[in-house]
Design a protein. Structure first.
Length: 133
């Protein structure tokens, strides 16, 4: 689901191919959540700010439920991600979908590594010299 949360609406549409029949139990609704940070990545927690999140719950005709939470206000993305979550629970079609999601996860990892390498290339190390100590 983390892969789907990071994916664009178009990428999710590609994975679904066609929108299956479904019942919307909780229509996409947008709210805010508090984002917490940690000083230095491992220190004390603090409230960083709020983030907008859209959630949705759907049910497929055979009864499987799909849930999704997506950053932002894109209700269509939240609904499609919930549909994909429900379809991933179906044993008959889940293996092909799992492979497709794994491919998407690999592409996302490659993009993160490229961005990390670009950022590392511009890193400046600052140091402090102590005088007369």
């Amino acid at each position: 689901m983390a892969t789907l949360a990071r994916a664009s609406c178009g990428e999710i549409e590609t994975l679904l191919e066609a929108v299956p029949a479904h019942e919307v139990l909780k229509a996409p609704e947008t709210g805010t959540v508090m984002v917490e940070g940690r000083a230095g990545g491992a220190g004390r927690r603090f409230n960083l700010g709020e983030a907008t999140v859209t959630r949705c719950v759907v049910r497929l005709p055979h009864g499987r439920l799909g849930f999704s939470y997506a950053l932002g206000r894109d209700g269509r993305k939240a609904r499609l991600a919930a549909l994909l979550d429900a379809r991933l629970q179906d044993e008959e079609e889940s293996s092909a979908l799992h492979r497709a999601v794994a491919t998407l996860a690999e592409a996302q990892q490659t993009a993160r590594e490229l961005a990390s390498r670009k950022a590392a290339a511009t890193k400046v190390d600052f140091f402090t010299m102590v005088r007369g100590a």
